[in-house]
Ligand binder design. Structure first.
Ligand code: FEO
Ligand code: CA
Ligand code: CA
Length: 660
């Protein structure tokens, strides 16, 4: 087994306490408001569709020892899927290029990279971004300083290169989300309850960061330009425009915004996507946790369906809009996909209500055959859904003004995955996109278009989509058009709730589904799907690695972000939950989806103790890998990025070939 880089292995720390979903307890509290300890918000009576499937699973479970299999991995002894003709090896090369690192114990405080590579921090929390912003000083934090400094907890990350030299370009701009804050690590004098000033610093550390970067050559790291003209911080006071069907609706108006069309800030931005027209999309995910819902009436169950049931994070003492009693409509102005133009730092970012409101993981774009823009989206909640938006207008090459309106108007669908049974030895079936809004008309009884957009979860509940195991990134392969969704885990799924698309009860390790739209057209309304990865320890017979010899693959758990590296079929997966499920650090893995090495999961890097690995941006031509290192030290301690600060500083790291 190859050894990892030994350049900077650091202190060993106690193992993290894990929550049911596999994360540390602090992650649960601050990122998602302890979602996995709360009741499942989806109490709709959508049937778990696969009666036939479940019968087959139970029969198999009985054949293979019954109870134990049903309670844990119901499909443990399933035969390996047959190779479909379309998946016969189409290349003869082995997809090597790095020596897979072994799993890193969860207490190792290091960013471990393969032999032949090295890494450097590009930008970290508190680094000055906007003109006049001071250098990071943990003991002299202020709201004004933080508004101009890089935000906390980097998640989605993208690199947009300048010019037309492709991967050879040496200049560009990176955009990364700042999903949430860890006050227990940010503030040295933290006493367990937030002060009004600390709340405002946290608000300033949320949002997004845009920063210019340069690189000398393909053996040097990306570094950020402190005086980049496109540098920008977007935080909880940045003005956003609302557009689409729900903009201006009565329930979008507040005391501070009588128009219902201007919102301050974006919150809990998780994953995202690039658009062909040069903008960046970002998903507002666990927005529910920021609002104090104490004594807020909820006669129609709308707040409960979104998990808006907590006492918030104390932000209401700094800004009353975070109290539902004070301002009942403010919460309706979060939970959207936002679009930012990184080339225009003076532009007003937009919240697109046409793409629906839920706990948006992210949105990724693929153009349909007729040029319409299709956005794939996951609602990251146990038993929630996968969605697709199809724009009304068509993309026009080079017409940015036109393209900036593509996500303002279109059709909205939610996915149903129907299994064909296990008799064929494959976890697969057919799917359909169930209409919620088509041609400007609501397809949901009793709900107008603007209501469908705002309470999308409740609308979807009525049309019978498939309840999934926490859909995170949904990403089309730019070469093949096949779409991949990471289903990170769902320990709440009972044996009676399994179906062919979510076949594991108490799904602790997660899985990945691939689908192919009918006619390979992103706008199609039908698709065929199959499971390509059932994550976990490969020695566990309940796992599945796209049919490959599992003696050759590495353990992987809780797939979260998925990405492609410029080569056909090179799927990369970053994880969020390995410490609590495998006892290892989270990391970045490559899993080819085609050819001889299909399913051969190898690990490229691991992030420091307590961190999750996010936002991978991979350019395999020059072996360049950018990742976000989110919440290093959470639940313990970390020195990341090892610059001598007394607190860890989440941020963006660049891994690149070592010289010589
Ligand atoms: Fe922020 Fe779905 O992870
Ligand atoms: Ca099947
Ligand atoms: Ca995520």
């Amino acid at each position: 087994m190859p050894m990892p880089s030994t350049t900077s292995r650091r202190t060993l720390l106690p193992l993290l306490a894990a929550h049911p979903g596999g994360r540390s307890s602090a992650t649960c509290r601050y990122r998602c408001g302890d979602a996995c300890s709360q009741p499942v918000p989806n109490t709709s009576d959508n049937t778990y569709f696969g009666d036939v499937v479940q019968t087959a699973i139970r029969r198999r479970a009985v054949l293979t020892g019954g109870g134990a299999a049903l309670a844990g991995v119901a499909w443990a002894a399933a035969p390996q899927p047959a190779v479909a003709a379309e998946d016969l090896p189409d290349t003869d090369h082995r997809l090597r290029g790095f020596p897979s690192i072994p799993p890193t114990p969860a207490d190792v405080d290091d960013l471990v990279v393969p032999r032949g590579f090295t890494w450097a921090p590009v930008i970290s929390w508190g680094d000055p971004v906007e003109p006049g912003a001071p250098a990071f000083d943990v003991d002299h934090q202020s709201v004004e300083a933080q508004k101009g400094q890089a935000g906390y907890n980097a998640d989605y990350l993208t690199l947009r290169l300048d010019g037309d030299r492709g991967w050879r370009s040496r200049r560009g701009v990176i955009v990364f989300n700042n999903e949430y804050t860890n006050p227990e690590m940010m503030f040295p004098d933290w006493d367990g309850s937030v002060t009004a000033e600390q709340a405002e610093i946290e608000m300033a550390a949320h949002g997004m960061t845009v920063v210019e970067v340069t690189r000398r050559n393909d053996r040097s790291p990306w570094t950020y330009r402190r005086r980049g003209t496109r540098n920008r911080r977007i935080h909880a006071w940045t003005t956003f425009a609302l557009d689409g069907p729900a903009a201006g609706a009565a329930w979008m108006r507040t005391g501070a915004d009588r128009s219902g069309r201007r919102v301050l800030g974006t919150l809990n931005n998780c994953a995202g996507g690039d658009t062909p027209w040069g903008t960046v999309l970002s998903g507002e995910e666990n927005f529910n946790q920021y609002f104090d819902a104490t004594d807020a009436p909820d006669p129609e169950g709308r707040l409960a369906r979104y998990g808006i049931t907590s006492a918030g994070r104390g932000w209401e003492q700094a800004d009353p809009r975070f109290s539902l009693v004070e301002e009942p409509h403010e919460v309706n102005r979060f939970g959207w996909i936002v679009e930012v133009d990184p080339d225009d730092p003076g532009s007003t970012p937009v919240k697109h209500t046409a793409l629906g409101r839920f706990k948006h993981e992210g949105a990724t774009i693929r153009l349909a055959q007729d040029g319409r823009a299709v956005a794939y989206m996951g609602d990251d909640e146990r038993f929630d859904y996968v969605y697709k938006f199809v724009s009304r207008r068509r993309y026009r090459e080079g017409d940015k003004r036109h393209n900036l309106r593509l996500l303002s108007d279109g059709d909205l669908y939610v996915a149903r995955f129907t299994g064909d049974g296990f008799q064929d030895g494959e976890y697969d079936g057919r799917g359909e996109w169930l209409p919620l809004i088509v041609d400007g008309e609501s397809h949901v009884d009793g709900m107008a278009v603007a209501e469908v957009c705002t309470w999308t979860r409740l609308a979807a509940d009525t049309v019978g989509p498939t309840k999934m195991d926490r859909p995170e990134d949904v990403q089309p392969d730019p070469h093949t058009g096949r779409v991949y969704v990471a289903l990170t885990n769902n320990t709440a799924r009972t044996p009676g709730q399994i179906d062919e698309a979510n076949p594991r009860a108490a799904n602790k390790f997660g899985h990945v589904i691939e689908w192919r739209e009918q006619g390979d057209d992103a706008a199609a309304l039908r698709f065929r799907w199959r499971i390509v990865l059932v994550a976990g320890d490969p020695s566990d017979p309940g796992t599945y690695f796209h049919g490959t010899d599992q003696r050759e693959v590495t353990p992987i758990s809780c797939p979260d972000n998925v990405a492609f590296d410029g080569e056909p079929g090179h799927l990369w997966i970053s994880t969020d939950g390995a410490p609590g499920t495998l006892g290892t650090c989270d990391g970045l893995f490559r899993m080819p989806t085609r050819g001889r090495d299909r399913g051969l999961v190898e690990q490229f890097l691991s992030v420091p103790t307590g961190a999750e690995c996010c936002g991978p941006v991979i350019s395999w031509k020059d072996r360049s890998v950018l990742v976000s290192v989110q919440h290093p030290g959470e639940g313990g301690q970390s020195g990341y990025p090892y610059l001598g600060d007394s607190v860890p500083r989440p941020g963006v790291a660049h891994v690149y070939p070592r010289r010589g």
